[in-house]
Structures are given as structure tokens and as C-alpha cells.
Write a protein of this length. Structure first.
Length: 262
């Protein structure tokens, strides 16, 4: 099972109605991609390009993740970087990644209320971020799972010695998979996912770079660097490439800024 595709399942725990699953969100990528290749693709992309950039609101007084926009690079001042997660993330990245905004994918795609979309954040930069660049919109999803959360999900803590690039049983194979042992007993695995999966839903995800950083205490970081999505809740066309590269993901995940304080 692809741990990264469970990121939104984790966000939806206890959300109530409307019911939500990661399978529903990620489904139908293959069908939408085939539609893009067909003669009708021009019409589909025109609708996407003209899609609303407004976060759906279905109730409540506050957004689950109040939008905060920042530009990456040295221009982000220390005070701005400390003010919100988007600013702190932008301060860690080069300017060419584009404008960064914290969003809620549950609100965008499923119209979830602030209460339904509220999640626990173990890491200081955990969250969903939109990256706007060259007219397109991609996403970064970062989640820290502590040892207890991993054990609840899999029955055992995360294991730095496990090789995720080796296919086990009926697990989906990971394309262009790279595993790297890091100092301190950590292991980082990154791979590409075309998101060509079947299903029947109104959302189709573009290709992405996914990753998992396993730590010796049995915790793990899960990350998606996605080119974006089309369909319900879209904020714009797909990016031609994932918003963050392998090298940028590694630098982000191995830095102290993503670790809980204390």
C-alpha cells in the first residue's frame, strides 16, 4: 500500500459527513488523462483554466488553514517567515518555486467545513500548500506520523532498514525509486507516481514525486510533491513538473525546521 496516498485519509479521520477517503480523491486520474488526450481535451482544459480560485466554504467562522501567501527565497524576512507556515516554508526554498499558499485540500475538493477539515499537526510545517507558478498550480503535502500513529496504522513502527523500492506482494511498484541511507539512522525514499489509477470520481491527479523519510524512533515523514489536480475544486492547470525536486525534498525533510520543537 502506498503510504503517501494515506495522507488525506489521515486528514479526514473523524471528519464526519461528507464521507471522504484518499481513494475517492485520487481516483479517476487515468480516465481524466485519457480525456485530455482525446479530441474533447481542449474543452476540458478550458474549463480547468477558467476554474474558480476561491476556497469553498460550507459553514463555520474560520478556515481550517487560513490562506497565507509567501514568495520563496531570501526576500522572505525572518518576521514574515515566523508569522505563518507558508512564510516559514517559503524561507527554506529558492525563489523559482513560485508563490506558496497554505490551503485545505479537503475544503477544495470535498467542500469540507473548517471543523471537518481540522487536523492534528505534529510537525511545525505539516500541511497542504499550493504552489503557483507560470499559470499552473501544484501542491505539496507534508505529514509527520509519530511512532504511535504508524503502529496504529501498520501494526509496527516505521523501519529505516526497510527497502521501499522492493515490491512486496500486491503493492504497487514505485517508478524511478531511490533509497538513501542518511546519517543518524534515517532513510529517505523518493519515487515518481504517474497517478494512472482507475476509479470513478470528479478529480484526477497529475504526476507527482512522493517520498518517505523514516526515522530511527519509528516515526516517519510522508510527502507529496504533486503537479496538481483537475476537476472539482481545481485552482488552475497542472504544473509541467512537481513543485519541488528530489534534491529540494531531501533538503526540506532533513532540515531541523520540519522537526517538532523540544
Amino acid at each position: 500500500m502506498n503510504d503517501v496516498r494515506e495522507l488525506l485519509d489521515r486528514a479526514a479521520e473523524g471528519a464526519g459527513q461528507p464521507a471522504f477517503s484518499a481513494g475517492a480523491v485520487y481516483a479517476k486520474a487515468a480516465r481524466i488523462r485519457r480525456r485530455r488526450r482525446a479530441a474533447a481535451s481542449a474543452a476540458v482544459l478550458a474549463v480547468v483554466a477558467a476554474g474558480a480560485f476561491t476556497l469553498p466554504r460550507t459553514g463555520g467562522d474560520e478556515d481550517p488553514a487560513p490562506p497565507s501567501v509567501a514568495s520563496a527565497g531570501p526576500s522572505a524576512s525572518p518576521s514574515a517567515a515566523a508569522a505563518d507556515r507558508a512564510g516559514r516554508l517559503a524561507a527554506l526554498l529558492p525563489p523559482d518555486v513560485g508563490e506558496i499558499e497554505e490551503v485545505s485540500l479537503l475544503a477544495l475538493i470535498k467542500g469540507a467545513t473548517p471543523e471537518q477539515a481540522r487536523t492534528d499537526r505534529l510537525g511545525p510545517l505539516d500541511g497542504h500548500y499550493a504552489f503557483r507558478r507560470d499559470g499552473g498550480v501544484g501542491y505539496l503535502v507534508l505529514t509527520l506520523e509519530d511512532r504511535e500513529a504508524v503502529e496504529r496504522k501498520t501494526g509496527r513502527p516505521a523501519d529505516p532498514d526497510e527497502d521501499l523500492c522492493v515490491r512486496v506482494g500486491q503493492e504497487p511498484s514505485r517508478t524511478d525509486c531511490e533509497r538513501e541511507a542518511l546519517p543518524g539512522g534515517r532513510a529517505l525514499t523518493t519515487w515518481h507516481d504517474t497517478m494512472d489509477i482507475g476509479g470513478d470520481d470528479s478529480v484526477g491527479w497529475g504526476p507527482e514525486l512522493a517520498g518517505r523519510l523514516v526515522q530511527p524512533d519509528g516515526s516517519q515523514f510522508l510527502v507529496r510533491s504533486s503537479t496538481g489536480f483537475e476537476g472539482t475544486g481545481t485552482q488552475g492547470p497542472l504544473l509541467p513538473e512537481p513543485p519541488l525536486s528530489r534534491a529540494q525534498l531531501k533538503e526540506l525533510l532533513t532540515g531541523p525546521e520540519v522537526q517538532p520543537k523540544g
